[in-house]
Design a protein around this ligand. Structure first.
Ligand code: BGC
Length: 756
């Protein structure tokens, strides 16, 4: 080739590839039709970052760097469609750019050199409570804590900021939110849920998705301050019988549709762009191999058009763990036929290799492949990746962890903290009190942040944020000289009293005991018992025996059982895992700058073997003639106190009988009778008197958070329609049955009739 021909060819290819990818109006069907089978199966393949970095898998060279030859193999030879990172640790946004930019540049170069269409890489990450893999980002309270705010606008704001900070690293796809309903606190991922109530999960999940994705612009694109959401894990992941991660669930059709499905339905209605599949099995069938769930329900019934990604190694687990398949090739067949679009392989190219063989052998049709690749390319288009994957679609580094974002994290943490007990106005702490702060969560940022914080399990202190306060330093920084500290370093060690502790106790009149649970998630987070460790119980008992006023602050992944020590405490504050600004918020609440207003998004159990949810059945709440009452939680769902007393006036409804399209309007006046501004969460429940499927004792139907100044009265108005009185019938469909219903707010109850 002469130089002229070379130059001509290069310009032609550049123009041609420009025409392919430098347009937001790219025609996905034209692009799809031009792809080879190899390119298509490659698009359905997602690999872990480790595969293209220097070093070996799970043992990368530090600091992590892309190895160009590995990257080229992944893109040129295997045409991989997506990369994720997992298992590693947080980088600065600047370092992230060094990882992401070569990926996109290599895609461009390969397209130009080969004359093939550009197929941008979709990079995905778990940013579940802030951009947790970016150093210096704000870490919001974990989702469970966010749910305790009962404030959808606040949850949306957290998601918006997470999106901006994630995009600052050039990453456009977030594997969040978890829409699994947290019915069992034994489950290690309980803290990742929005709690035990279906309606609450649906509301919070949708708000989060709207925050992540924003609105499409006039070109039908998500802008550079937003990311694609991934609702997960479809379906029934949290229902494992044993409470252990990824173990079998047995779920009836009624329960599946009434409890576990609505949060996903609502997320689809909110435009969620992708979904991740449940790693476990339901009723004996692994979900990754179940076409009834992945195609019949998700695609045909729910009309979901986005991308379905597998969870980690879940195709190979079909033969390695679940044993519904004998080898990888058959597992690929099962999963693709069931309906997955993208396989989180993640550490080799086996999926692509077998998928190619299966297509060539005619065992998987081109139509099936095209369906998935079309969804993937459409998602990439909507994210603007064909246009300019890195530069145009990246926000500014400066925004990571900026003051405005930290303030939003502080406000969220303040709103989630839930006061569970406050005898004799122990809280707020009076200015002259001599305070001892102790307990394993007193001086730890790791416990405040929880898992998915800088690393997967969140326990590595190497990546701690130097600016972040612990509960102790939050007190010390404001210069309170009446505060001392007795260090306890372990949440699990047994407790041995020392002279030092005895002396410290002598000097104080209030002890703030910060109890906790080590961060953990997924399999490493499986537990044997829900009761808090004996060492922590003994610590509280010892301090109590010394006659001190005890304030318990709980920093935990879930409600650990503390039944024996609750009577020894004067005040109990549930702070969940409140994130980077959590300690500051705890300080504000303990000292009365802010009145607590969070409400439990779960039932706080009192006993190991009574893990009932608030919406249990009548039979579960019955008193037997032996005087045993089954439903006796430590604190009920929705519980939470404030410092200012709020008086609930008489609840009124607009009528007693309703039919057809009528609206049940409920009005209740609330008055702040205290001396401090108070935010109040008002919860509205319904109770069906008689139904053909055993009704729950109550169901949450609506909630509102309002703010009341001292002396102020406001009316809270709720509106319900006939739909709100439906339930899932024996045929698996939502049905309405006329009859009597209670409307319940606080301790008030109003009976109404729905006639037809
Ligand atoms: C988890 C997912 C997560 C994925 C990628 C899996 O082990 O179950 O929730 O998104 O890893 O990190």
């Amino acid at each position: 080739m002469t130089n002229w021909i070379r130059i001509f060819t290069f310009v032609a290819i550049s123009l041609c590839s420009d025409a392919w990818y430098c347009q937001k109006n790219i025609d996905i069907d034209d692009l799809l039709n031009s792809l080879t089978i190899e390119e298509k199966v490659g698009q359905m393949t997602q690999i872990n970052l480790d595969v293209i970095c220097e070093g070996s898998i799970y043992n990368l060279v530090e600091p992590h760097h892309i190895e160009p030859s590995k990257l080229r193999t992944a893109i040129e030879q295997w045409h991989v469609g997506s990369i994720l990172n997992c298992g590693g640790h947080a980088y600065t946004a600047d370092h992230w750019e060094k990882i992401i930019t070569p990926i996109h540049k290599t895609v461009d170069e390969v397209a130009q050199n080969t004359g093939r269409p550009k197929l941008p890489i979709l990079y995905g990450i778990d940013a579940i409570h802030g951009a947790n893999y970016i150093l210096g980002s704000v870490l919001f309270p974990q989702p469970l804590a966010q749910a305790a705010t009962f404030d959808v606008a606040q949850v949306k704001r957290c998601a918006e900021i997470t999106a901006v900070e994630t995009r600052a690293a050039g990453i456009p796809w977030n594997f969040s939110p978890v829409l699994d309903v947290g019915r069992n606190p034994l489950w290690s991922r309980f803290f990742e849920t929005y709690g035990e109530d279906t309606y609450l999960c649906a509301q919070m999940g949708s708000a989060c998705i709207e925050g992540y994705q924003g609105k499409y612009n006039s070109d039908g694109l998500i802008d550079k301050t937003h990311v694609a959401a991934c609702m997960k894990h479809f379906l029934g992941y949290s229902a494992a019988r044993t409470g252990k991660d990824r173990t079998p669930a047995i779920i009836s059709d009624i329960e599946l549709r009434e409890i576990y499905l609505p949060s996903f339905q609502s997320a689809i209605a909110s435009g969620a762009m992708s979904v991740m599949i449940n790693s476990g099995e339901i009723n004996g069938i692994p979900v990754h191999a179940n076409p009834v769930i992945l195609t019949q329900l998700l695609r045909k019934e729910l009309q979901f058009e986005g991308v379905a990604v597998t969870d980690w190694e879940d195709v190979s687990k079909l033969h390695q763990i679940h044993r519904v398949s004998s080898d990888m090739k058959n597992s690929v067949l099962l999963a693709v036929q069931a309906g997955i679009d993208l396989c989180m392989v993640p550490n080799d190219f086996e999926f692509a290799r077998y998928l190619l063989e299966l297509v060539r052998e005619g065992k998987i049709s081109m139509d099936r492949i095209n369906e998935s690749v079309r969804r993937l390319l459409t998602m990439k288009k909507k994210l603007g990746l064909f246009d300019d994957a890195i530069l145009k679609y990246k926000t500014n580094f400066q925004q990571v962890g900026c003051q405005e974002h930290r303030q939003a994290a502080l406000e969220t943490a303040r709103k989630c903290i839930t006061l569970l007990k406050n005898d004799a106005h122990t809280l707020p702490i009076k200015g002259n009190e001599k305070i001892l702060i102790t307990g394993p969560a007193a001086n730890s940022t790791v416990l405040l942040n929880g898992a998915w914080s800088r690393t997967w399990q969140g326990v590595d202190t190497t990546y701690e944020d130097q600016q972040q306060n612990t509960i102790l330093t939050a007190f010390q920084k404001v210069g309170r000289d009446n505060v001392s500290h007795y260090p306890i370093h372990s949440t699990t060690a047994s407790f041995t009293p020392t002279m030092l502790l005895t002396n410290e106790l002598e000097r104080c009149n209030v002890v703030i005991i910060c109890l906790g649970e080590n961060p953990s998630t997924e399999k490493p987070g499986d537990i044997d018992a829900l009761t808090i460790s004996q060492g922590q119980i003994d610590l509280v008992k010892y301090c109590s025996n010394k006659g001190k006023k005890i304030i318990l602050v709980l920093i935990e992944n879930r409600p650990q059982i503390i039944h024996d020590i609750v009577p020894l405490c004067d005040a109990v504050l549930m702070a969940y895992q409140p994130g980077t600004m959590g300690a500051d918020a705890i300080y504000d609440v303990l000292t009365g700058k802010v009145s607590p207003s969070g409400r439990l998004p779960f039932t706080y159990p009192a006993h190991e073997h009574t893990l009932l949810t608030y919406d249990h059945k009548y039979s579960e709440a019955l008193d037997t003639k032996f005087g045993f009452e089954a439903y006796k939680p430590e604190w009920p769902f929705g519980y939470g106190l404030g410092y200012s007393p709020i008086a609930y006036g008489k609840m009124k409804t607009n009528a007693a009988n309703f039919s057809g399209n009528a609206i049940t309007k409920i009005v209740i006046p609330l008055t702040n009778e205290g001396r401090q501004e108070q935010e109040e969460v008002v919860l509205l429940y319904t109770r069906d008197h008689v139904a053909s499927v055993t009704p729950s004792v109550r169901k949450l139907k609506a909630f509102q958070r309002i703010s009341l100044k001292p002396g102020e009265t406001k009316e809270v108005i709720f509106q319900l329609t006939k739909k709100d009185f439906e339930f899932v019938g024996t045929n698996g469909a939502w049905v309405f049955e006329a009859g009597t219903f209670d409307l319940i707010i606080g301790d008030q109850k109003e009976e109404i009739q729905w006639i037809d």
